[in-house]
Design a protein around this ligand. Structure first.
Ligand SMILES: Cc1cc2nc3c(=O)[nH]c(=O)nc-3n(C[C@H](O)[C@H](O)[C@H](O)COP(=O)(O)OP(=O)(O)OC[C@H]3O[C@@H](n4cnc5c(N)ncnc54)[C@H](O)[C@@H]3O)c2cc1C
Length: 340
């Protein structure tokens, strides 16, 4: 196999990293823990000329909580996110999502930004160069056809990251920087919705942190996922729910439901959310919302395991489980006189 030469750079500060990205542009890739990028490089799926490893930049790691909410550095390892007392108690959806990624070793090395920026995947794309020689290159790999859906120039590769689904339901924003410029992107705007280039980031930009607003009083959130194996496996489907209840804990004031691994990006189920808003929460109402969420799932037949029909069914099951858990947490906070 041909190995493309790689220049490996390890800046010590955020400023140095941004300068390197400005200098190398599209030839460079940001390296977080490398658990996704290095695997893709080994298969020859991606061959950057330059890797900018953020591992030495201490200012990109850590979790801080203040009155406005939580700030998590982009380079914070997933295991630190999953075990943070603040995340576990107030943002359990994120703790569950982070704890469900791969294995302990990968969570120890993999970063929150690396997980959110996970490339979309497809059976026909995530293969070695040798394997891909057996048929015309697919659209994501630089060709025309899609081998999954009979539609040229469209890519249906699936986004299978766990934490972005929870972050989107929590209303999080990504802090994005390039040299001399800074912007904040709501998670919904970080994704293009397109399998070929899933992230709305320029080659010279990187994520430096995620900001999650403080959860309102009597609110709850939860994430549920299904995968082929119990552990070390990507989601076949994942659902995050976040709810806010009115005083008394009976009526839903606001809700967010986000689906993952059933399309090229995490997607909000807005009609399902609307079914909850202003409603007295009953099992039937939650069932209806979970069922309605299925309408925005767009799974295609591009995974080794997980037929589209199964994944659609699981959206309802996971959605109901996530909603029940979120409502339970919200009611507990309410009955304990939650003073957040
Ligand atoms: C066996 C196995 C099982 C896995 N199971 C799961 C799973 O269950 N769920 C899941 O979600 N993932 C899973 N993964 C994928 C991956 O390991 C994780 O998503 C991990 O969190 C990626 O983080 P990283 O820091 O290692 O990313 P990297 O590999 O370093 O980077 C991933 C991508 O993010 C970009 N990136 C990294 N940091 C930044 C930044 N600060 N700004 C902008 N772009 C950035 C990189 O350029 C690259 O394109 C699995 C991987 C393996 C090998």
């Amino acid at each position: 196999m041909r190995i493309d030469p790689l220049e490996y750079l390890r800046p010590g500060t955020r400023g140095e990293a941004l300068a390197l990205l400005a200098e190398h542009g599209a030839e460079a890739r940001v390296l977080g823990g490398g658990t996704d990028l290095v695997a893709r490089m080994k298969l020859g799926i991606v061959s950057p000329k330059v890797a900018v490893d953020l591992g030495d930049i201490a200012e990109l790691r850590g979790i801080r909580e203040d009155a406005e909410g939580l700030t998590i550095g982009a380079g914070t390892p997933l295991h630190a996110v999953a075990q943070s007392p603040a995340v576990v108690s107030r943002y359990p959806s994120l703790a569950t999502a982070a704890a469900s990624v791969a294995s302990f070793q990968i969570r120890n090395r993999g970063t929150l930004a690396g997980n959110v920026c996970l490339e979309t995947m497809c059976w026909f794309y995530n293969q070695s160069r040798q394997w891909k020689k057996s048929r015309p290159l697919c659209h994501k790999a630089g060709g025309e056809p899609c081998h999954v859906v009979n539609q040229p120039s469209v890519c249906y590769a699936t986004y299978r990251g766990d934490t972005a689904v929870a972050l989107m339901a929590l209303g999080a924003q990504a802090e994005v920087q390039s040299q001399g410029q800074e912007r904040r992107l709501p998670l919904e705007e970080l994704f293009t919705g397109e399998g070929k280039s899933p992230l709305a980031l320029a080659a010279t930009e990187m994520i430096t942190a995620f900001r999650i607003p403080a959860p309102p009083v009597a609110s709850g959130n939860a994430y549920r996922k299904v995968s082929h194996r119990q552990a070390v496996d990507y989601p076949q489907a994942g659902v995050a729910a976040a709810v806010v209840l009115a005083p008394g804990g009976g009526t839903c004031v606001a809700a967010r439901i986000v689906l993952g691994a059933v399309g090229p990006c995490p997607v909000r189920a807005r009609e399902a959310e609307a079914l909850l808003q202003g409603q007295e929460i009953t099992g039937e109402v939650l069932e209806r919302a979970a069922q309605a969420a299925v309408a925005v799932a767009r799974p295609v037949n591009n995974m080794t395991f997980g037929a589209p029909s199964y994944r659609r069914k699981m959206v309802r099951v996971l959605g109901l489980k996530a909603l029940v858990a979120a409502v339970e947490q919200a009611r507990q906070g309410h009955s304990q006189g939650d003073d957040r």
